[in-house]
Design a protein around this ligand. Structure first.
Ligand code: ADP
Ligand code: MG
Ligand code: ZN
Length: 508
C-alpha cells in the first residue's frame, strides 16, 4: 500500500498527475514543481474506567449481563432522578491524569452535551466541556528507533450511553452500559502516520492497564476510538479539512482506516478536490470509509453546565491520596530493566508486557551474578513451561532462588546448558533444588581429560567424513563430531573442553 509522502503532483497544473515522471514536459527537476502531502491525525479515545459501580448510581459496572438488568432510574434517565458522583471514578480519572502527565486544574465541572438519540434516554450525555478534569499532558513510546511523544489536549470524564441493537423487525436499546464512567483522552493534531497512531494507542492502553485505571479489554468494547485525519502540503502549518471516523473498536482497524483514508484524501486533493469536513464510517469488510454525515460542531450540542453536579475542587489531601497509586510507566520499566540488569531489549519488552513474569524476574535478578542468564531461563524455559502446562507463577513447585542456582551451576561449568534444560524440566515437575537434582542424577559435567579423550576418539572414528572435511578446512564439520561426543557422554561432556580437544586431535 502506498504510504504518506509518496504522492506528488504538479501544483501549477494539478490535472497533470504524471508530472513527477521524467518524460513529463513540466518536470524540469526543480522540486518546486512537485508537491508532497503529509497526514495530520488527532485521536479521541474513550476508555471505560475500572470501577465496581457506574458513574452516578450504584448499578454494577459489569459486562455481559442480560440486557437492561444493570439499570435504575438514574442510569435510565428517569425524570427527577439525580446523579451522585462515583468517588472511585473521580480518583481513577485523577490518577490517569497523573500517569499521562496532565495538569490537574483546581476546578473542573460537568456539562450536559445535548442530543437526541435512542441510546441517551436523558437526551443529553454528562461530559466535561469547558473545564475538564485533566488538561494537557503527553504519552511517550518507542517508535521508529526512538522515543516519540504525542501531546494530549485533555483527558476528561464522561458517561457512557446505551447500546442500540437492530433485529429483523425491531430495534432495541440495552442500557447496561449507560452511565458507565468513561475517560476520553484527546490528543493534539500531532500524529503523522497510521503506524504512529497505532503505537500511540497501544502505549496509552498499556499505561492505563498498568495504573489499574481500566482493563482496556477490547473484546468487551472497553476502548473505542474516534480518529480525525486531514492532509496538507508537506511543511505547511495550516490544517486541512478534517474527516472523523467514529467508534473504531480495534487498534488494527483504526490503523487500516487511517491508511485508507490518508490515501483517499491525497488522491482527492491531488485531483484538485477539496476535502469537506465530515464524519465517515469504516467498513471493516470492504475496507473503505463512507460518508455518514457532514460534521456537527460543538455549538450543535448546546453544551451547558450540569445543574445537578457540583464543580470538582480536589483538595491537596485528596490528590496526595491519589498520588500514592502512581505506578512506574511501561516504557520506564522497560528502560530500567535494560539498564539495571543488562538484559537485551527484547527480554525487557517481554517483562514489560508480562508484568507478573517481570516482577518474578526482578525478585530473583537482584541476587544473581548473571541476571542476563536468569532472564534467558525465565523467558525461554519457565515461561514456555507455564504456557505449556497452563499454570501460573503462584503454583510453582520450586523456590525462586532455585533459578539463580541453576544459572550459576551452568555458568561455573558444572553442568552443560543441555543438562540445565533437563534439570529445569525436573525442577518444574517435582520441585527441589537444581544441585540436588544434578547430584542425584549424576549429571555433573565431565571435564576429566581421560574420559573426554576416550569419547573424542570414539566420535572421530565414527565420523571419518566430517573429520576429513575439518582437516580440509571446513570448520563447521566439527559440529557433527561434537554432537556425537555429547551423545556418547549423555550430555555430560564439558563442551568447551571437547571442542578444544577435538581440534587438537584432528590437527595432528
Ligand atoms: P471536534 O469538536 O470536532 O470533536 P476537536 O477540535 O475537539 O474537534 O478535535 C477533535 C480531535 O481532532 C482532536 O484530537 C484534534 O487534535 C483533532 N483535529 C482537529 N482538527 C484536525 C485536523 N484538521 N486534522 C486532523 N486532526 C484534527
Ligand atoms: Mg470529536
Ligand atoms: Zn443505575
Amino acid at each position: 500500500m502506498k504510504r504518506m509522502g509518496g504522492a506528488t503532483l504538479c501544483f501549477r497544473y494539478p490535472q497533470l498527475r504524471d508530472c513527477a515522471k521524467k518524460e513529463c514536459p513540466l518536470n524540469n527537476g526543480e522540486s518546486s514543481y512537485r508537491m508532497e502531502y503529509e497526514a495530520v491525525i488527532g485521536l479521541e479515545t474513550h476508555v471505560q474506567l475500572r470501577t465496581q459501580s457506574k458513574m452516578w448510581c450504584g448499578c454494577p459496572n459489569q459486562y455481559g449481563s442480560d440486557p437492561n438488568t444493570n439499570v435504575c432510574p438514574v442510569c435510565l434517565g428517569m425524570p427527577g432522578s439525580l446523579p451522585v458522583p462515583n468517588e472511585e471514578a473521580l480518583k481513577q480519572t485523577a490518577l490517569a491524569g497523573m500517569l499521562l502527565n496532565c495538569d490537574i486544574p483546581a476546578r473542573a465541572k460537568f456539562d450536559r452535551k445535548n442530543y437526541f438519540y435512542p441510546d441517551a434516554a436523558k437526551d443529553y450525555q454528562i461530559s466535561q466541556f469547558e473545564l475538564p478534569s485533566n488538561v494537557g499532558g503527553y504519552v511517550e513510546f518507542e517508535f521508529e528507533e526512538g522515543i516519540q511523544r504525542v501531546e494530549l489536549n485533555r483527558a476528561h470524564l464522561e458517561e457512557d450511553v446505551g447500546k442500540s441493537f437492530h433485529f429483523d423487525k425491531f430495534s432495541g436499546v440495552d442500557f447496561n452500559r449507560a452511565g458507565v464512567p468513561l475517560l476520553e483522552i484527546v490528543t493534539e493534531a500531532c500524529i503523522t502516520s497510521a503506524d504512529m497512531a497505532y503505537e500511540y494507542l497501544n502505549a496509552l492502553k498499556d499505561i492505563l492497564i498498568y495504573g489499574g485505571v481500566s482493563d482496556c479489554d477490547m473484546e468487551k468494547g472497553m476502548v473505542r476510538c474516534d480518529v480525525n485525519v486531514s492532509v496538507r502540503p508537506k511543511g505547511s502549518t495550516e490544517l486541512g479539512g478534517k474527516i472523523e471516523i467514529k467508534n473504531m473498536n480495534t487498534f488494527s482497524g483504526a490503523r487500516k482506516a487511517l491508511e485508507h483514508e490518508i490515501e483517499r484524501q491525497i488522491e482527492d486533493v491531488t485531483n484538485g478536490k477539496t476535502i469537506p469536513q465530515s464524519t465517515r464510517r469504516w467498513d471493516d469488510v470492504a475496507e473503505i470509509t463512507e460518508e455518514m454525515r457532514s460534521k456537527e460542531s460543538a455549538h450543535d450540542y448546546r453544551y451547558f453546565p450540569c445543574p445537578d453536579l457540583m464543580p470538582l475542587e480536589p483538595s491537596e489531601d485528596w490528590l496526595a491520596d491519589v498520588r500514592t497509586r502512581i505506578v512506574e510507566l511501561p516504557l520506564a520499566r522497560k528502560q530500567r530493566f535494560v539498564k539495571d540488569y543488562g538484559i537485551p531489549e527484547g527480554d525487557a519488552e517481554t517483562f514489560k508486557n508480562d508484568v507478573p513474569l517481570g516482577d518474578y524476574f526482578e525478585g530473583i535478578a537482584k541476587d544473581a551474578k548473571n541476571p542476563k542468564g536468569v532472564a534467558n531461563l525465565v523467558i525461554n524455559n519457565l515461561r514456555a513451561k507455564l504456557s505449556e502446562t497452563e499454570t501460573d507463577l503462584a503454583s510453582l513447585k520450586f523456590e525462586p532462588s532455585a533459578v539463580v542456582q541453576l544459572v550459576e551451576l551452568m555458568d561455573s561449568g558444572k553442568i552443560s546448558s543441555k543438562i540445565a534444560q533437563d534439570t529445569f524440566v525436573l525442577m518444574f515437575k517435582n520441585g527441589g533444588s537444581p544441585k540436588a537434582i544434578v547430584e542425584e542424577k549424576g549429571w555433573v559435567q565431565e571435564s576429566d581429560e581421560d574420559a573426554l579423550g576416550a569419547w573424542c576418539d570414539e566420535a572421530i572414528a565414527a565420523n571419518p567424513g566430517p573429520a576429513e572435511d575439518f582437516r580440509n578446512g571446513k570448520e563447521a564439520a566439527i559440529n557433527r563430531i561434537m554432537g556425537n561426543v555429547m551423545k556418547l557422554s549423555k550430555g555430560k561432556a564439558n563442551p568447551g573442553a571437547v571442542v578444544q580437544m577435538l581440534k587438537d586431535k584432528l590437527k595432528c
